[in-house]
Design a protein around this ligand. Structure first.
Ligand code: FAD
Length: 271
């Protein structure tokens, strides 16, 4: 199937993009790696696509006050290739390098991935583990929102009509920080069956164990977060923490999630 007809604009300034989105009820597009298929399957039928890739505010990065501010239009490949300072001790580059295939990574963006909010995508889980804060702009100004409050569910985010995500703030991890990230998918480029991200950095007040690919927003495993740094829990301890989510999993899914958590914890804290 082909996409329905739509207009396309690529404004040169954020103000222009926001006013086009406000006036015309169009949809923003970044890398087009999720929007393209949605258009072709006619799951999205916008009258206007507003391309955000040329906007200065969404490209590049800045660093200060203990955080790295990454433009929403930064691509997975730029993160993989080390175009950003490594403030996460290799975690973000490692996550980026395992997203889909290189051609998808050269176009797909961090902001597009967060706004698409596919439950099985990588950045929603990885950046929840990193306790990221998102910067959102609309015609009324900008606001900051924690990632836990931004990701509402499957393909559901806390953006108001006409707003765009402009940047992601990532804490600069301390030298003592530890992280682990494990995902399982049946073959490269397919979406994950399970994802677990772990970040432990008391200096930044970050203790997070995040389970993803759950069919909704990623979930934090509070029981394990409380015990982070006290040794790796056994299979039963992990099972109890997953059980506390109160989600009815198929037995095979449960085994995959338990394994993902164990492997991510092992990566973070050694065997
Ligand atoms: C074959 C294939 C395999 C893939 N495998 C993986 C994988 O293993 N892991 C993974 O994480 N992802 C995977 N993806 C998805 C990929 O990472 C996409 O890049 C990502 O989901 C969307 O990013 P984008 O920049 O292309 O967004 P787009 O497709 O441009 O937009 C996606 C959605 O977000 C909205 N949007 C985009 N940017 C903004 C913004 N700044 N503000 C507000 N709204 C915005 C759009 O309106 C649209 O609704 C795969 C994609 C393909 C095609």
């Amino acid at each position: 199937m082909k996409a329905a007809k739509f207009d396309y604009e690529a404004p040169a300034s954020l103000d222009e993009a926001l006013s086009r989105l406000a006036e015309n009820g169009g949809k923003p597009v970044s890398g087009g790696q999720s929007m393209g298929p949605m258009l072709n399957m006619r799951l999205a039928t916008p009258d206007l696509l507003v391309d955000l890739r040329r906007l200065d505010e969404l490209n590049g990065y800045s660093q200060g006050d203990g955080k790295l501010v990454v433009g929403a239009a930064v691509t997975h490949a730029q993160v993989e290739d080390g175009a950003l300072p490594d403030v996460t001790k290799g975690m973000m580059a490692s996550v980026a390098s395992d997203i889909a295939y290189r051609p998808v990574r050269t176009r797909g963006t961090i902001g597009g991935s967060l706004c698409h909010a596919d439950p099985a995508a990588d950045w929603p889980s990885a950046l929840t583990a990193l306790d990221a804060t998102l910067v959102v702009a609309g015609t009324g100004g900008t606001r900051r929102i924690g990632i836990d409050d931004f990701l509402l569910g499957a393909f559901a985010i806390a953006l108001n009509e006409g707003e765009v995500l402009i940047a992601v703030e990532i804490p600069v991890l301390s030298d003592a920080a530890r992280w682990g990230y494990f995902k399982f998918c049946r073959k490269t480029g397919e979406f994950a069956e399970t994802i677990c991200g772990v970040v432990f950095d008391p200096a930044n007040d970050i203790r997070r164990v995040v389970l993803g690919a759950l069919g909704g927003a990623p979930k934090r495993l509070g029981e394990l977060e409380d015990r982070l740094g006290d040794g790796i829990p056994g299979v039963n301890g992990i099972a109890a923490a997953i059980d506390a989510l109160d989600i009815a999993f198929e037995p095979a899914q449960l085994v995959m999630h338990n394994t993902a958590v164990r492997r991510a914890l092992r990566q973070a804290f050694g065997s």
